[in-house]
Ligand binder design. Sequence first.
Ligand SMILES: [Zn+2]
Length: 376
Amino acid sequence: MTLKQTLSDLVAINSVSASTNAPIIDYLEERCVALGFNTRRFTYVDENGLDKINLVAVTGTELSEVTEVELALVGHTDTVPFDPHWDEALALTERDGRLYARGSCDTKGFIAAALSAVERVDLKKLKRPLAMVFTSDEEIGLRGAKFLADLHALRPRYSIVGEPTSLEPIRAGKGYSLAEVVVRGREAHSAYPSLGASAVFRAARLIVRLEQIADQLKEDQHEEFDPRFTTINVGLLRGGTAKNVIPGECRFTLEWRPIPSQSSDYVFNLINQAIADEQKNDGEFDAEVKLERLDSGFETARDSRIVSLLEQLTQRRAGTVAFGTEAAQMTVLGSEAVVLGPGDIREAHRTGEFVPVDELDRCADILTNAITDLCG
Ligand SMILES: [Zn+2]
């Protein structure tokens, strides 16, 4: 089947994260089985009662708990939602060397290129096992990949994780952490401040400390990132109930993106220290950090074989990204991981998402060569 036809089939299957990914997994499993892969499903039920399936397909043996593979090609099957008025969303449309559809670049283009690559290789002749890994719920917190990592579903020595990087190999990525901070005070009539304690003033003092932490974090630099340090953002803030009431509660979201050399709880500990410092000045200071995400980043050494191989195949120096990817979970599984795929991340998640045809074709060539080199 041609690469374009495969991509057309994939985008025609609506696989937004809010629905089950069973139909697209059925399609991918059928393709993999026809090529001679052994497949295994790792399924969980999400909070809406929907089956979310992660498919692992391996050459050679049946998948067991300790399946070691030389190379894993990893792509997430879910997409972000799309505008129902965008009539190309599920119908791949070619125009001016571009293929438009939801998921065309994030990340069905990579999956189509990976299927096309394995079709060109004689899998029976591979000396070392190859795996295809198709995950669920990447767009809503890398949940499928985390599920596989928790289960130690396989042990890939190397992995290529599909994300739109315009075919630039990415060997390191920042982590992602998110918390909701709840600061409590005591409500009172605003004419009598001494009867209450303002949660907003307390939150403001804590946020000033967070800004100081943000400055302090600038000193720990990883020179290949832009920006080079861990960043912090207070994105939303809400406090109080009325103009003449001393606010009893103030909540804000706190997000940070750690460089991979910092442990995932490094900033979390600094935040808790800031709260402890406030408590020294104000014995009643009351703040709680409700952690929602604590995703680590990843870094694969510049001299890793997978990095140099992909640098050679793409003729580009490996870079870094400031957003989270499933490469972190592949690292947890013991893999040296690189992120690479056709299309531009800035085009993803938009109406009018597209993948350039030439990049899609080149991606299939790169993956074919990577399989032959590592597994052949
Ligand atoms: Zn993606």
